[in-house]
Design a protein. Structure first.
Length: 252
C-alpha cells in the first residue's frame, strides 16, 4: 500500500495499541516480513525534507502514531488515528508475546553497557523471553558483519535503537541480509529500558508534553530539533485549520 506521508494524509494505519500488537504478532506467526514504523512529530517533519525516510515509512508493514499531537490533529487531514501507539510500549508488549511464542529477539543500538542492561530488564520482566543477542553502536564498515550475525540467529523481532534516520537507513540497507521477521526502529527506547533515561508521567504523555521531558534530559541535542520541528508542525496545523475555516465560511 502506498501512503502519502508528507503531512498526515494516509500516513497511519488506523489501529489501537492492542490491534497493532495483534497485527505484528500475526505477521510473525504467518511469516509475513517487514518493518514497523512508530512516527512522532519530529519524524513526521523530518520526512518532509528527507525523501529516503519518507519512502521507508511509506513501505512500512505497519505505521503507527507515536505522538499525541498527531492523534489530536489527524482528523484535520481526513485521517483516523484512534490512539497513540508508542515504540517503548510496543517493545514491552511484543516481548511479552514473544516469550509466549518462543520468538527470538535481538536488540541493536545504544552503548554495549546500556543494551546489556536493557536485555537483563526485559528478561526479568518477561520470563522465558529468548533474547538471542544484542549489540551496541558499531562503525559503519561493520554493518554487513552485524547483519550476518543477526541472520545466523533466525531472529523474529529486531529492535534497532540508533535514532532517526540512522536506524531506518540501517534496516533498509541491510533488510535482505538481516533475514528477520519484523524490524522496528525504537530510537532512545533502549536507554529508557536500561534506566539511563526516564519516561514522562502518563498524564504528560496524554497532554502531548512528553517531548519536554525528553528535552530536559538531553537539552543540547534535542532543543534545536524540537524547536524547529514543533514550529513547523504548528504552522502546518494552523494552515490546515485556516483552510477548513474558509471552507466552512463559504459553505455556511
Amino acid at each position: 500500500m502506498t501512503r502519502r506521508a508528507v503531512v498526515l494524509n494516509g500516513a497511519f494505519d488506523p489501529l489501537t495499541f492492542d490491534e497493532a500488537v495483534d497485527a505484528i504478532v500475526g505477521c510473525l506467526r504467518t511469516g509475513v516480513r517487514g518493518w514497523v514504523c512508530t512516527v512522532n512529530v519530529a519524524t513526521l517533519m523530518a520526512m518532509r525534507r528527507n525523501t529516503q525516510l519518507q519512502s521507508f515509512v511509506e513501505r512500512g508493514l505497519l505505521v503507527v502514531a507515536d505522538g499525541q499531537p498527531i492523534v489530536w490533529c489527524a482528523s484535520l487531514f481526513g485521517e483516523r488515528v484512534p490512539e497513540r501507539v508508542t515504540g517503548i510500549d510496543l517493545i514491552e508488549a511484543l516481548c511479552r508475546r514473544a516469550a509466549m511464542d518462543k520468538t527470538r529477539v535481538y536488540l541493536l543500538g545504544s552503548t554495549p553497557a546500556l543494551v546489556a542492561r536493557a536485555v537483563a530488564r526485559l528478561r526479568e520482566r518477561h520470563p522465558g523471553l529468548i533474547i538471542d543477542g544484542s549489540d551496541g553502536y558499531f562503525p559503519l564498515e561493520q554493518a554487513t558483519e552485524r547483519a550476518e550475525v543477526i541472520r545466523s540467529r533466525s531472529i523474529g523481532l529486531l529492535f534497532v535503537g540508533m535514532g532517526t534516520p540512522r536506524q531506518e537507513r540501517y534496516i533498509e540497507a541491510n533488510w535482505d541480509r538481516l533475514g528477520v521477521g519484523i524490524a522496528m526502529g525504537v530510537g532512545g527506547s533502549l536507554d529508557v529500558l536500561a534506566g539511563a533515561r526516564f519516561r514522562a508521567r502518563p498524564w504528560m504523555g496524554r497532554a502531548g508534553l512528553e517531548w519536554l521531558v525528553r528535552m530536559a534530559q538531553e537539552p543540547r541535542r534535542l532543543t534545536p530539533r524540537y524547536v524547529v520541528t514543533n514550529t513547523i508542525f504548528c504552522f502546518l496545523i494552523g494552515r490546515a485549520l485556516l483552510v477548513r475555516t474558509k471552507r466552512w465560511l463559504r459553505e455556511s
